[in-house]
Design a protein around this ligand. Sequence first.
Ligand code: ADP
Ligand code: ZN
Length: 537
Amino acid sequence: AAAASAPPDPRPLQMLQQVFGYAAFRGAQQEIVDHVTAGGDALVLMPTGGGKSLCYQVPAIVRHRAGQGVAIVVSPLIALMHDQVGALHEAGVAAAYLNSSLEGDEARRIERELMSGQLVLLYAAPERILTPRFLAMLQSLHERGLLSLFAIDEAHCVSQWGHDFREEYLGLSALHEQFPGVPRVALTATADSHTRADIVERLQLQEARLFVASFDRPNIRYTIVEKDEPKKQLLRFIRDEHEGDAGVVYCQSRRRVEETAGWLQTEGINALPYHAGLDAEVRRRHQDRFLREDGIVVVATIAFGMGIDKPDVRFVAHLDLPKNIEAYYQETGRAGRDGLPANAWMAYGLADVVNQRRMIDESEAGEDFKRLQRSKLDALLALCEAIDCRRVRLLGYFGQPSTPCGNCDNCLETPETWDATEAARKALSGIYRFRQAGGQRYGAGHLIDVLRGKTTEKVTQHGHQGLSTFGVGADVSEAQWRLVLRQLIALGHVEAEGEYNTLALAESAREVLRGEVPVRLRVPTETKARGKGPRGD
Ligand code: ADP
Ligand code: ZN
């Protein structure tokens, strides 16, 4: 009640203008900054590029000037710390970071600055903060009233449900226990409802005020196409819609990055590769050119983008499936930060699904974690296969209800669908018959040949033309069969295993086999583009 009648604090806006040179706060920033400056706890959910940093930097500056000491910023990424501190120095703010990249002497110098109370912001990794030595320093500052604020960046790291859980984050609740009364602000760009609940509980933020900025990026148009000839599809997309524009193309492997960049270059696109296997010098040069020149397309692994701040990226393309929806959102979010129209374009296919599943299966992680990763992959696949508004799906995943956007591929052109219930049953019977006919397993390609009744060498060799399932699916195109199989894999009715991705039935396949589960699928985009009908080719 007191806050409502108090005159607004003019200092945050002054600092924003004087120190950062910005005219006004954006969206929820003002409210967050006021709340934190006044000493309140906050949990901030704001999409990437939304301007989270200022939400703690401005309060830190105001509080420091008021004699309240230093703000400690917990950050998991050395590169980000480095960028942030660099930007703060340019703005004339006394900031520093402590992490494993520093020499002993350098670290001790920064510790002295910290203890003298000069620093406005100190960035550090959680494992560093939680050492007895560092906690003792904080204790001493606290006793002198010089600990102004804790900012916990990338707060989703505290949750196993979040996409990059970090064990060290779990210890951060100690800050609240040891330094009660020091305001805390936790920030994240990626928090579905599970993650959010975890953050509140594990960081003991029950009393914190929750600020949820909209995740909608209305200027981004989402398009997801079926992979056919991915490089050519990409080239067509760039030529048709983004001639001369700056963009990022994400691929999963270094090899694919090199291949794709090389190929785009031969096609006259100004493309540069970027991945962790390149020389630091080459990476820096490519990043610089992307930032400074017009119309550069960077082909990259996910190593590219952290801390990249270029407002006029007109498109982000994915040639491989991202890890999950959070990653997709974050990566596509690098497009159109200037608010002008931008495209998020992705091509995905059966092999992507199989690869991602295999990466999860073969990882060293525990069973719980794998199950979680699989369910996240499923959510992403559901987005890819969706026949309704992509944006509604995407925002829904982040807990934000919305209505069809009119600016995604599915809204702009209602996808044609077909009843694939019967086809799904045939595919499952096909796999089942292989097993009966000798127990061997086969991959999707061979299964489709059998279903379509193609007498290939392999078919003859195994005598598969004699199976009852031979030729039962001749009326369904190969592209459609791939879609059916992908869907069956995505839904967990079929498992793709081993080096050759051979197919096996899962327990749940029974219901589909009995026709108890209706399956409705989109007509493959590429089939349509070539003027082929949904039935046959
Ligand atoms: P996030 O951490 O949420 O991804 P950042 O804090 O890095 O976002 O901010 C993204 C970009 O937006 C930065 O270039 C930042 O300087 C700019 N920005 C943030 N808030 C404002 C504002 N109020 N006015 C102008 N630019 C802003
Ligand atoms: Zn839509």
